[in-house]
Structure formats: structure tokens, C-alpha cells
Design a protein around this ligand. Structure first.
Ligand SMILES: Cc1ncc(COP(=O)(O)O)c(C=O)c1O
Length: 349
């Protein structure tokens, strides 16, 4: 295992990257974490340097999509410490996926140890507090082996890379940063398929609807429920939120990825602001009655929706101050700018 050693010429202890102007792009940091599963046992290789991986050509992840990934952010706090946000939730979601794809679970302590080790190894790449950037952490899980039949693998790789990132949607959050989205006629997931797990195949299926939306000048595609095309599901790689009167509403569906950001925002809404919250079917026709709408996720944080286009019909929404309140509370907790009443910050260093 490589022992990362950095030597600095100043007190900044950060690499010379323009953190404030990063996009949501891959920048190869020096170290990643890796573990392998064989004969029923996970073995941590620990922190490694190779950015490339060598896999057997028959690997299930390459042919049959036996693959999962996660996404979370690590931030430097106002107190100078480095924090991950609810990493145990990402571990649980990855294991929901592992069970579904008939692979072994990654023990939660291995997952968390990986997040901690890879972050510590790449500490000079963790964006400083106030830069608006974060270290994006990408755990992933691959079924590998010398195989050709359609069956689950017997060997697996669990790896985590990190990369410093800025906002997912250009411009980030703000009253003048509303985005336009287009309702897709295509689906990313089947009604009782794999929409609820973070399997790579779901994302390959979103490339065409996403590309069609972007070709027409929209930020992303909005998906409707795959059975009736009547209810709102989600938006690209983000969940849907809206205010109807006093109530914060969000879709309840098997084919939506259960967003950790959404779950956190619902709790903030309920317990910090005492706003009513409903998880239920949201008929597209209800857009007529909704006051404000937003997309939420690790990458998107909260991105408020200025416009929804569906064929010839368009709905427009204003910026709502309640998005600002939710954003300030969520990002405040993540960056230790405010107290963490829910115990969501996971201190790494
Ligand atoms: C399809 C999809 N929906 C929603 C989300 C948001 O989930 P989270 O808040 O856990 O990042 C993501 C991103 O992980 C996603 O890929």
C-alpha cells in the first residue's frame, strides 16, 4: 500500500487548482481505494495509485451490466475539518443494489473505511471551505471473471475514486439560476425494474432522453412513470420536489432512485421548518397547481425549476424563498456552518 506523502511550500496545504471555477468534471486525483471479493471474502487492497483497471474480458460488468455506483460529497467545514455527508446511507443503497444484482454486499465498515482512506490520501485535493466546490466521491462495484454465460460473477471489485467538482448545473444555486427541463417520452427504468438501485444500465438508458432534451436547449429530461406516463418521477440524476401551498411534495415510486439528498431535505422541512411533507404520486396535471419546483441530488444539490416543457405545453415557476432556506440548511450542515441536529456529518480529518 502506498503511503501518501505531500510536502508543501506554504501553509495552504492545497494543490494549485482553481477550486472556485471547477465544473462537474473528472480530475484524476493521485489515489483511489480498492477491495476485491473472492472465495466469499472481501480483501482491502487499500489505497492504490493506478487510474486504469485491468479486467478479464468475460467480466459480467462488461457484458451484462452487473455494476453499481454511488456518489457522495466530502466538504471542508467552516471549522477546517473535513466531512463526508451520510456515507452509511450510500453504503446501504449500494448493498440494496448488490442484493438485487445477486452479488455480495460490501460490509459497511469496509465502505466507510474506503471513503475515509481515499479522502485522507487525497487531502490536498479537498476543496477549501468557501470555494463552493466539493470532493466528489465515486464508489463503484463490478462483477468480474472469466465468463460467458448470463449469470452473476463470483469475483467482485469495489473501488472508490475521488475528484474535486464544482456545480453540476452550470451557475450553481441562486435566485437567477433556475433551469428549464423537458418531459421525455422515453423511460429510464421499468415499472418494477431497477430504477430504485444505482445500476449503471439505468444511466445508459438515460443518455438518449438526456441528449434529446439538451439538443433542444433544456438542462435535462424529466421522466414520467413508465407504466402510464402520467405521474412525475425524476429529473436526469436528481429527484423532483415541489411546493403545493404549504406542503413540500415529492413522488413516491418504485422506479425512482431513493435520493439521500431528498430524504435529508424532507427531514429538514419537517423538523427544522415544520412544513408539511407528502411523498405520493404527483400527476403531471398537478403542475397547474404547483407554486414552485426543484430538482435535488448530491450533484445538483437543489436546482430550482424555472420551466417545464411537455410537447407544446409549458409551465413556468418563480424562485421560491423556501428553496433558499432548504439549501442554506442542507449546505450549512454539510459544511459545518451550522449545527448538525441529525448527526449527518461524518468527520474524516
Ligand atoms: C437517478 C437519480 N436520481 C436521484 C439522484 C439523487 O440521489 P442522491 O441525493 O442520493 O445523490 C441520483 C444521484 O445519485 C440519481 O442518479
Amino acid at each position: 500500500m502506498t503511503q501518501p506523502r505531500y510536502y508543501f511550500n506554504d501553509d495552504n496545504h492545497k494543490v494549485n487548482l482553481d477550486f472556485a471555477n471547477l465544473g462537474f468534471d473528472y480530475y484524476p486525483c493521485p489515489y483511489r481505494f480498492e477491495a476485491v471479493y473472492e472465495l466469499g471474502v472481501w480483501r482491502a487492497r487499500g489505497v492504490v495509485e493506478e487510474t486504469s483497471m485491468t479486467l478479464p474480458e468475460g467480466s459480467q460488468c462488461l457484458h451484462y451490466g452487473q455494476q453499481l455506483f454511488e456518489g457522495m460529497k466530502v466538504n471542508t467545514g467552516a471549522d477546517g475539518k473535513v466531512y463526508a455527508f451520510r456515507p452509511a446511507e450510500n453504503s446501504r443503497r449500494m448493498n440494496d443494489g448488490a442484493r438485487y444484482l445477486q452479488g455480495p454486499e460490501v460490509p459497511e465498515d469496509l465502505f466507510i473505511r474506503g471513503v475515509e482512506e481515499v479522502t485522507r490520501a487525497n487531502l490536498p485535493y479537498v476543496p477549501p471551505y468557501g470555494s463552493g466546490a466539493s470532493l466528489y466521491v465515486r464508489p463503484f462495484y463490478l462483477g468480474i471473471g472469466d465468463n460467458v454465460g448470463v449469470k452473476p460473477a463470483s469475483k467482485y471489485v469495489f473501488r472508490i475514486f475521488v475528484t474535486p467538482v464544482g456545480p453540476y448545473f452550470k451557475g450553481g444555486f441562486g435566485p437567477d439560476q433556475g433551469k428549464s427541463f423537458r418531459v421525455s417520452t422515453l423511460d429510464r427504468a421499468a415499472p418494477f425494474g431497477t430504477g430504485h438501485i444505482k445500476a449503471g444500465g439505468n444511466y445508459a438508458c438515460s443518455f438518449k432522453p438526456g441528449a434529446e432534451a439538451k439538443e433542444q436547449g433544456f438542462a435535462e429530461a424529466i421522466y414520467l412513470d413508465p407504466k402510464e406516463h402520467r405521474y412525475i418521477e425524476e429529473i436526469g440524476a436528481a429527484n423532483f420536489l415541489a411546493f403545493k401551498g404549504e406542503t413540500l411534495i415529492t413522488p413516491d415510486s418504485h422506479s425512482v432512485l431513493p435520493s439521500i439528498t431528498r430524504r435529508s431535505l424532507l427531514r429538514i422541512a419537517r423538523e427544522i421548518y415544520s412544513w408539511p411533507v407528502e411523498e405520493r404520486l404527483i400527476d403531471k396535471a398537478e403542475l397547474d397547481e404547483i407554486e414552485a419546483a426543484a430538482a435535488c441530488g448530491t450533484a445538483a444539490v437543489i436546482t430550482w425549476i424555472r420551466e417545464v416543457a411537455d410537447g407544446e405545453k409549458t409551465w413556468t415557476f418563480p424562485f421560491d424563498q423556501r428553496w433558499q432556506q432548504l439549501y442554506d440548511s442542507l449546505v450549512g450542515i454539510q459544511t459545518a456552518a451550522i449545527d448538525d441536529p441529525f448527526g449527518w456529518r461524518h468527520e474524516i480529518s
